[in-house]
Design a binder for this molecule. Structure first.
Ligand SMILES: [Mg+2]
Ligand SMILES: [Zn+2]
Length: 219
């Protein structure tokens, strides 16, 4: 089989719940995301503006954030088995997230995955309010008009077959560039609406078994 770049979203994909929502629900203004998300989906605010608005209200120490995320995010089954299979088969697995590196690292550490490459934004948490540290995503994407994950993926791609695994709005544009997409939740609905083929999944054992069975991604 050809070598793969397995590009995996974090929030709502590796975790059961979006860690950003877990953090905001605990330390920020409860229900705020529910008010922001329709404006985001309608294109009235950018994802960056929505996140900035959401996190302005979050007041907590890094330790408090870590504790709440580890207790509340939940892990989708099978991720470690996918990572081990990918390593053994010589595929690269990289996490592409629109969330925060410090939070992602905390969760990965509990699974013993300190060495997985993570491409994401970051945040500095403090009792005075959280500050988002935006990663450089280059110019606005010509396809979606956002600073999107296409830029990040392009920068890491070394010509392998690309598998994308995700669940949300920030995965939609980049998913169009993958050879094979595993999707759930919002991403699955949006891809279905756009007529883009994908494989639905609920856990990483399904992903791994599907990938194990594939000889080539070429259509
Ligand atoms: Mg997600
Ligand atoms: Zn884009």
């Amino acid at each position: 089989m050809e070598t793969l770049l397995i590009a995996c979203d974090f929030d709502g994909t590796i975790t059961e719940r979006d860690t950003l929502h877990v953090i905001v629900e605990e330390f920020g203004t409860r229900g705020l995301w529910g008010a922001i998300e329709p404006r985001l989906r309608a294109g009235e605010v950018t994802l960056e503006q929505a996140m900035q608005e959401e996190f302005a209200s979050v007041r907590a120490t890094p330790e408090q954030v870590r504790e709440v995320v580890l207790a509340g995010a939940g892990l989708r089954p099978g991720f470690t088995r996918l990572v081990e299979w990918a390593e053994g088969a010589g595929h690269r697995l990289i996490i592409f997230s629109s969330g925060f590196r410090s939070v992602i690292r905390d969760v990965l550490a509990t699974m013993g995955h300190d060495d997985i490459e993570v491409v994401s934004h970051d945040a500095r948490f403090s009792p005075e309010g959280a500050q988002i540290l935006w990663s450089d995503r280059g110019e606005t994407c010509v396809e979606c008009g956002r600073r999107c994950k296409r830029h990040d993926l392009r920068g890491r791609h070394r010509g392998e077959g690309v598998v994308y695994i995700g669940d949300g709005l920030s995965d939609l544009c980049v998913a169009h560039t993958a050879d094979l997409v595993f999707a759930r939740a919002h991403l699955a609905r949006d891809l279905r609406a756009a007529g883009v083929p994908f494989v639905p999944f609920e856990d990483f054992d399904e992903v791994r078994e599907r990938l194990e069975a594939i000889r080539t991604l070429a259509a």
